[in-house]
Write a protein that binds this ligand. Structure first.
Ligand SMILES: [Zn+2]
Length: 266
């Protein structure tokens, strides 16, 4: 067992397995009957067409390509989700009928997603978008994912998770990253963070420490920093600092009371 997310397992009760029972171990894919194999922490079907279809379904859901359900994906005969970007509108029309054109546009538009979404769509193991946002707000560089020593410095990052992520990243860096770049995905974390939502806070927040607030925002892809000209809005708690408020007015930055802000993002 390994700790994959922020879940701490608790043993509820211990059951003793009868001696004559052996554990059930899946050796064949329930979908296509192909052989299964452990890849990192995942039990994966070795039939490349079968696993590619499921992988592509996950990819489309995550990246926001709508209308490509598994039945349609099966008609495309692709071996990796990134093959989607090689498909022509004629091919899509031929295989999917009248929806081909719409799907083509959705595939094309999906190239604009940020790097966190792309990594999740490409099935980065052991970390979700919340954790990735946390990693990148501490180290705004994609390469950090291949750097075990820096990864374990991130709050809540265990050794095993860091190991799984670095293994995955090193393989991604060598094989998949060049393809994503040639397709036109933007992998510049630093640039994306600069244009990401930046908010500043002043005053005491009700029932929440500043650190808890920052973590909650990071999970939503919002960065909490000191007030600068680039700040999107200033959130005011109890007794807001006069310096910050007058600076926000001077820069023309929107001032939003904490309660209104929370309501607007939940
Ligand atoms: Zn299978």
């Amino acid at each position: 067992m390994h700790k994959a997310k922020d879940i701490i397992p608790e043993i509820a009760r211990i059951t003793v397995r009868p001696k004559d029972r052996t554990p059930i171990v899946l050796i064949n894919c329930p979908k296509c009957g192909g052989d299964l194999e452990m890849q990192g922490v995942r039990l994966t079907c070795t039939n490349i067409e079968c696993s590619a279809d499921l992988f592509t379904e996950h990819f489309c859901k995550t990246i926001g390509i709508k209308g490509l359900a598994i039945k349609s994906i099966e008609k495309l005969s692709i071996t990796h989700p990134l093959d989607l970007y090689d498909l022509t509108v004629e091919f899509l029309n031929d295989r999917l009928g009248k929806n081909g054109g719409k799907i083509f546009i959705q595939i094309r538009d999906s190239k604009k997603v940020d790097v966190v979404k792309l990594l999740c769509a490409l099935n980065i193991p052991a970390v979700k978008s919340t954790k990735l946002n946390k990693i990148f707000s501490k180290f705004p560089d994609l390469k950090v994912l291949g750097d075990f020593d820096r990864l374990v410095e991130v709050e809540g990052m265990g050794n095993r998770t860091a190991e799984i992520v670095t293994d995955w990243y090193n393989n991604f860096d060598a094989t998949i990253k060049p393809i994503t770049e040639s397709i036109g995905f933007d992998l510049n974390v630093q640039k994306q963070l600069e244009t990401a939502k930046l908010v500043a806070v002043t005053g005491k927040l009700p029932g929440m420490s500043r650190k808890e607030f920052t973590n909650m925002m990071v999970a939503k892809g919002i960065n909490v920093q000191s007030l600068t000209k680039n700040t999107l809005c200033l959130i005011t708690g109890e007794k807001p600092g006069e310096g910050n408020v007058s600076k926000a007015i001077k820069y023309g930055i929107q001032i939003i009371p904490y309660h209104n802000f929370i309501k607007s993002i939940i």
